[in-house]
Write a protein of this length. Sequence first.
Length: 201
Amino acid sequence: MSAMTFDQYVFYFFAAILLFAASMVVTIRNPVKAAMFLVLAFFSAAGLWMLLEAEFLAIVLVLVYVGAVMVLFLFVVMMLDINLVRLREGFGEYLPMGGLVAALMVLEMGVIIKANFGSTALPAAHAAGYSNTRELGQVLYTVYAYPFEIAAVILLVAIVAAIALTMRRRPETKYQNPAKQVRVRSKDRVRLVKMPSEKKI
């Protein structure tokens, strides 16, 4: 049996941190701490992407998810008064279905790991001027151009549908009418009232 290389040690190190952080995300009760562990999981996944020489995906994962999505999520969690006791009331109802999905995911990952177990093949070293961003762009906009455009249209439809479902006219909500604001006159807004001065007793 051949000795493990340094790249394999780094892989198992980041993979162990990623599994620990992911388990803490789904088991910890505090939503803020869960979000922080999710940030740790994202950083560990970015380390694995760097190990596979996919620097562009690693940078996008850190900038988009850690730098934008998770910061926004933390702001929302800390600003809202979330009743955790009420959220846990229906946990038992979804536990069987969640356990079934988790078991299927573990089974699929086990099959993949078993098929590739013992394989020490690493990505071939590339030249100094190699850019995986350019290679990704060439494949994405040539081979997968139509699937990429279809995915963009589906996301656009999802955005429009989400806005249409949430935009509801509520009678108690006050709305701005720009047409009325443009036609407003000063005498309609301000009224000068003359009052006699008070007499000293």
